[in-house]
Each structure stands twice: as structure tokens, then as C-alpha cells.
Design a protein around this ligand. Structure first.
Ligand SMILES: NC(=O)c1ccc[n+]([C@@H]2O[C@H](COP(=O)([O-])OP(=O)(O)OC[C@H]3O[C@@H](n4cnc5c(N)ncnc54)[C@H](O)[C@@H]3O)[C@@H](O)[C@H]2O)c1
Length: 245
């Protein structure tokens, strides 16, 4: 079997460096390129003849990089967070136009994918829910892509989240966090964390917590490697690793 040629963009970053290590270790993959800030990504793709580009860069350049990869007619595995529904629409069109595929996954950790799935299931029975996500203090965007995706998955099944009927008095602005479709999302940014999330359900006389902790960045690598290996067989844009499992 010929090895899949992989280029990692954002290779000097925390996730990029971990991906470089994981690709090098895998017998079915060959690392043909590493790019970072200041490099010409389009040129590197051409020179290395990469078949798949993995992007772990910065929310402010996630769409720009996706455009460059897809316009180069190469498949993209995007782990960079911060893409909006409008951005995803554009990526979808770019995939069709260039006849390539793109997987956008806010979280590549299997445990996080299961947390989202179980949260969706639990919300059928316990509709009152809030999300607390906790990340390292270098994370640029908030709330996390995982928190947004979790809320979206719950909302896909439940249009109206039932909330306690009390008029809030916020003594400090945003004390109740951000809100997506009636789901409050709280973001904690502190040294010591990597990526963690708790989905808390409230019911009469009880609470249920579904929690996931990435305690090392290795946790994301089986998902990233799976995405690289499966990307050719996908169809256009796929949003979320859950679609591959
Ligand atoms: N999907 C997931 O499972 C997952 C997991 C962890 C982090 N993330 C996301 O991945 C992204 C990167 O996270 P990180 O912790 O590795 O950040 P980081 O700051 O450690 O690394 C980012 C790297 O990207 C480089 N970069 C910035 N702009 C660039 C550009 N225009 N072109 C090429 N390289 C560029 C930086 O120089 C840096 O080396 C963030 O959006 C983060 O939220 C996703």
C-alpha cells in the first residue's frame, strides 16, 4: 500500500508538533512537509505533493488556510477552532468546486466525542443543561469549539431548552456566561488545564454531570490519524469526528 503524503500546517505549535510525531510513527503515513507562520502554504503543498494537509493554527486564519488547501485541490483535516457556520458554508462550496474533502473537528479526542453524544442523549430526559469548558490560558477563542458543537448537538434534537422561570439579576456583566439557543456556556482559562468540559444537567432533586478531560495532547492523535486515513473516502465537508466513528 502506498503511504498517504501528509503536510502539517502549524507544525511548530503544541497540536502541530504532536501531529508531526504521530504521523511519523504511523506506517501508513509519510510526513512530506511542515509549515508554520510565514511559510507559503500553497507553494509547500505543490512542492511536497501532499495529499492531505492537517491544520492546527489559529482561529483568525482557519478559513484562509482552509481556502488555500482546498484551492490547491488537496484534502484538509482541520482541527483549528473558531470557524463559523458561514465559514463552513464556504468550505462546503470549496470542496464541491475543487472535488476534495474537508473534515472539520472541534475535538479529535474519542472521549470528548462520546461526551457530546451522551450529552445529547441525556438532554432528551433532563432538558435543563449548562456547559462549563476549561482550557489552558493560551487558548485564543472562547467558548471552545467543543462547547459550541455540544450545544448544537443538543439543540438539533431539542428546539427549546426548558429554563427556570426567574428574571436574572446580573450583578456583574456576563456572570451567567455566554448563551447559545438557551444553553449557558462558561469558559475557564487557567494554566494547568489542557482541554476539559463538563455538561451539567439539572432535574428535580438531582443533577447529572458528564465530564471529559484531555490530560495530554496525545488524546487527540488517534482521532487525527483516523481522519487522515479516512479523508479520501468522505464526501465534501464533514463536521465532527462523530461522523467517522
Ligand atoms: N480539534 C481539536 O481536537 C483541538 C485540540 C486542541 C487544540 N485545538 C485548536 O487547534 C488550534 C491550535 O492550537 P495549539 O494549542 O496548537 O496552538 P499553538 O499556539 O500552540 O500553535 C499554533 C501554531 O500555528 C502557527 N500559526 C499561526 N498562524 C499561522 C498561519 N497563518 N499559518 C501557519 N501557521 C500559523 C503558530 O505559529 C503556532 O506555531 C487552536 O485553534 C486550538 O483551539 C483543536
Amino acid at each position: 500500500m502506498t503511504k498517504i503524503k501528509v503536510l502539517v500546517n502549524g507544525a511548530k505549535g503544541k497540536m502541530g508538533a504532536e501531529t508531526v510525531k504521530a504521523v511519523k510513527k504511523d506506517n501508513d503515513l509519510i510526513l512530506v512537509g511542515q509549515t508554520d507562520m510565514g511559510d507559503d502554504l500553497a507553494k509547500a503543498i505543490k512542492q511536497t505533493k501532499a495529499e492531505v494537509v492537517v491544520d492546527f493554527t489559529h482561529p483568525s486564519v482557519a478559513l484562509k488556510n482552509a481556502r488555500t488547501i482546498l484551492e490547491s485541490k488537496v484534502h484538509a483535516v482541520v482541527g483549528t477552532t473558531g470557524l463559523t457556520p458561514k465559514d463552513l458554508e464556504e468550505i462546503k462550496k470549496l470542496c464541491i468546486k475543487n472535488k476534495v474533502n474537508c473534515l472539520v473537528a472541534p475535538n479529535f479526542a474519542i472521549g470528548a466525542v462520546l461526551m457530546m453524544k451522551f450529552a445529547r442523549e441525556a438532554s432528551h430526559y433532563m432538558p435543563e443543561v449548562e456547559i462549563i469548558e476549561l482550557h489552558h490560558d493560551q487558548k485564543a477563542d472562547s467558548p471552545s469549539g467543543t462547547a459550541i458543537k455540544t450545544a448544537e448537538m443538543i439543540l438539533a434534537d431539542r428546539k427549546n431548552i426548558k429554563r427556570a422561570q426567574i428574571k436574572p439579576v446580573e450583578k456583574l456583566k456576563n456572570a451567567r456566561g455566554a448563551e447559545l439557543g438557551g444553553i449557558n456556556i462558561h469558559s475557564v482559562r487557567l494554566q494547568g488545564f489542557i482541554a476539559h468540559q463538563e455538561v451539567i444537567f439539572g432535574g428535580l432533586g438531582q443533577t447529572l454531570k458528564i465530564r471529559h478531560d484531555s490530560i495530554s495532547r496525545e488524546s487527540f492523535m488517534p482521532g487525527v490519524i483516523l481522519a487522515i486515513k479516512r479523508i479520501k473516502s468522505l464526501k465534501g465537508l464533514v463536521y465532527g469526528l462523530d461522523n467517522l466513528l
